[in-house]
Design a protein around this ligand. Structure first.
Ligand SMILES: Nc1ncnc2c1ncn2[C@@H]1O[C@H](COP(=O)(O)OP(=O)(O)O)[C@@H](O)[C@H]1O
Ligand SMILES: [Mg+2]
Length: 479
C-alpha cells in the first residue's frame, strides 16, 4: 500500500522540485513566445491586407475617375460595374462605388445600389482621405473596411468602398498556432525527460550521502561515498570522505584512550584491592605489616590521583580553553631554578647535572607552563638515565628562536618507538616505568604546552647511548 508519506517522499523530493521548476520555466517561455508570435502574425497579416486593399482601391479609383460623371449612360454604368465585379471576384471582397454624396452607384453584391451608405470610412474618403479600419460584425466576424476618394480634375467625384473579411487570415493564424502548440508539447515532454535524467545526476549522490550520514548516526563512522567529476557535489563528497576518515580516527583514538585509562586506573586499584584483602583475610597481622601495607595503599592512591589530575589537565589542554599567562621571564634563571629543584633526584643516582648558557634570554612566556614542561623533560632525562650518568642542558638561539637542548647519557629510546612517545599513556618499558612512578602522560602534556607557545619539540635518541630533546620557542611571542 502506498501511503501519503511515500507519495510525498516520491514527489516532494529534490528531483521533482527540479523537474517541475524546469517544466514551469519552459512552459512560461512557451506561453510568452506563443502570445508574441500570435500577436505579430495578426498584426502583420492584417496590415498587409489593409495595404494591399488600399493599393487596389486606388488603382480602381484612378481607372474610374474619368467615368463617374457619365455614370448615367448605360454603357458607362456597365463598364464601371464590370470593373467593380472583376475586382470583387479577384480580391474576394464586396466592392462599392459611391458618388460624391455617398450614394452607392455600384455594389458588387447589388443590394445597396441607389441607397446612401452611412459609413465613417466612406465619409472620410469623400473628404479626400485613404481609410482602412478593422471591425467585428456578428454575422461575418472580423472585416476590414477600406475607402479611397475618386478624384477627377482636382475635385472629389466619388469614392471606392471595399469590405473584406479577415476570417481567412485568422483561420490561417489559428492553424499555425495549433502546430506551434503541438511543438510546444513536444518540447515540454523533452524537457521533462532531460531534466528528469539531469536531476538524477544531482539527487542520486545526495541520496547516497544521506544514506551514509544515516549510517554514521548509527555509529558506523567508516562511511565512504564514490566521487565522480569535479563539481560542487563531488567536492561535497570528497569533504565528506575526509570528514569520515578523521572521525573514524578520532573514534579509534577515543576507544584506545578509554581502554588505556581504564587499564591505567585498574592497575593501582587492583594493587589496593589485593593489599586490603590480604589484610582482611589474615588474622593477627603484626602492626608493622599493617603499616607497610597501608603505606603501599597510600602510594597507589597518590598514583591514582596523579593520573586523574594529569588526565583532567590534558583534557583541558585539548579543549584549548587554557589561556596562557604571558609574562616577561628570564629563561636562564628559570632553568637554573628547575635544575636546583631536581638536583636531589640527580644526586640520589649520582648523576652529573650541568647547564651551558650560550645566551641570556628574556622573553614573554607563560612561566609556570614552560617550567612544567622543562621539569618533565629534564625529569625524564634523570629518570631514564642509570646511575653515574650525565644530564646536560644547553641554551642557545637559532634565527628567531631560542633552543633548550636537554641531553642525557641514558638508556635511549628505540627508533621504532620514537614516533609514539608523545602519545597518551605511551611508555617504552611499561613495567619499569610504573616502578619509576611515571604516568605516560608527561610528554603529551609537554607537547601541548609547547605547541600553545607556537613552539616545537623534537627528540633524537640512540639506545644505550642517550637521548637529546630540543625545545624550540619563538623569541618574539605572538600574544
Ligand atoms: N630521556 C629519556 N630517555 C629514555 N626514555 C625516555 C626519555 N624521555 C621519555 N622517555 C620514554 O618516553 C615515555 C613517555 O614519557 P612521559 O610521557 O614523560 O611518561 P612517563 O610518565 O613515563 O615519564 C617514557 O615512559 C619513556 O619510556
Ligand atoms: Mg615523564
Amino acid at each position: 500500500m502506498v501511503t501519503i508519506l511515500e507519495i510525498n517522499k516520491k514527489f516532494g523530493g529534490l528531483r521533482w522540485k527540479l523537474v517541475s521548476t524546469y517544466l514551469l520555466l519552459v512552459l512560461l517561455t512557451i506561453l510568452l513566445i506563443n502570445s508574441f508570435i500570435n500577436e505579430s502574425l495578426r498584426i502583420n497579416y492584417t496590415d498587409e491586407k489593409k495595404i494591399s486593399l488600399l493599393t487596389q482601391s486606388n488603382i480602381i479609383a484612378d481607372r474610374l475617375s474619368p467615368y463617374i460623371s457619365e455614370i448615367d449612360s448605360k454603357y458607362v454604368n456597365n463598364l464601371v460595374k464590370d470593373i467593380a465585379m472583376k475586382l470583387s471576384i479577384e480580391i474576394k471582397s464586396r466592392v462599392m462605388i459611391s458618388d460624391r454624396n455617398g450614394k452607392i452607384l455600384i455594389d458588387s453584391y447589388d443590394t445597396l445600389e441607389g441607397q446612401r451608405l452611412n459609413k465613417e470610412e466612406l465619409s472620410l474618403a469623400l473628404l479626400g482621405k485613404n481609410v482602412a479600419k478593422q471591425h467585428y460584425l456578428d454575422e461575418y466576424g472580423r472585416v476590414v473596411y477600406v475607402a479611397v476618394p475618386i478624384v477627377s480634375k482636382g475635385s472629389i467625384v466619388g469614392a471606392v468602398f471595399i469590405s473584406s473579411s479577415l476570417e481567412e487570415i485568422f483561420a490561417n493564424i489559428r492553424s499555425t498556432m495549433r502546430k506551434f502548440v503541438v511543438l510546444s508539447f513536444f518540447s515540454l515532454a523533452i524537457t521533462a525527460f532531460i531534466s528528469f535524467i539531469f536531476s538524477d545526476i544531482i539527487s542520486k549522490p545526495i541520496e547516497k550521502l544521506t544514506e551514509a550520514v544515516r549510517k554514521m548516526a548509527l555509529g558506523k563512522f567508516n562511511q565512504k561515498v564514490e566521487v565522480y567529476g569535479n563539481d560542487e557535489i563531488s567536492n561535497l563528497g570528497s569533504a565528506f570522505n575526509l570528514m569520515t576518515t578523521k572521525l573514524d580516527q578520532v573514534d579509534k583514538q577515543r576507544r584506545e584512550f578509554v581502554a588505556n585509562v581504564s587499564h591505567e586506573l585498574r592497575t593501582p586499584l587492583s594493587s589496593i584491592k589485593i593489599l586490603s584483602e590480604s589484610l582482611i583475610h589474615q588474622e593477627h597481622v603484626p602492626e608493622e605489616i599493617y603499616r607497610e601495607f597501608l603505606i603501599d595503599i597510600d602510594s597507589e592512591v597518590d598514583r591514582l590521583n596523579k593520573i586523574i589530575d594529569n588526565l583532567l589537565y590534558l583534557v583541558d589542554l585539548e579543549k584549548e580553553n587554557i589561556d596562557l599567562d604571558y609574562q616577561l621571564s628570564y629563561v636562564n634563571y628559570l632553568i637554573q631554578k628547575i635544575l636546583g629543584g631536581l638536583k636531589p633526584l640527580a644526586d640520589k643516582k649520582n648523576i652529573e647535572l650541568s647547564f651551558v648558557e650560550r645566551v641570556r634570554i628574556q622573553v614573554m612566556i607563560d612561566k609556570s607552563k614552560i617550567q612544567q614542561s622543562l621539569i618533565n623533560i629534564i625529569g625524564n632525562a634523570i629518570k631514564y638515565t642509570p646511575k653515574n650518568g650525565k644530564v646536560n642542558v644547553e641554551l642557545y638561539t637559532e634565527k628567531d628562536k631560542f633552543v633548550i637542548k636537554v641531553e642525557d647519557s641514558g638508556m635511549g629510546i628505540p627508533q621504532d618507538e620514537l614516533p609514539f612517545i608523545f602519545d597518551r599513556f605511551y611508555r617504552v618499558d611499561k613495567a619499569r616505568a610504573r616502578k619509576t612512578g611515571g604516568t605516560g602522560l608527561g610528554l603529551s602534556i609537554t607537547q601541548q604546552l609547547i605547541a600553545l607557545h607556537q613552539g616545537e619539540i623534537k627528540v633524537e635518541s640512540v639506545v644505550d647511548k642517550g637521548t637529546i630533546v630540543y625545545i624550540r620557542l619563538p623569541l618574539k611571542a605572538t600574544l
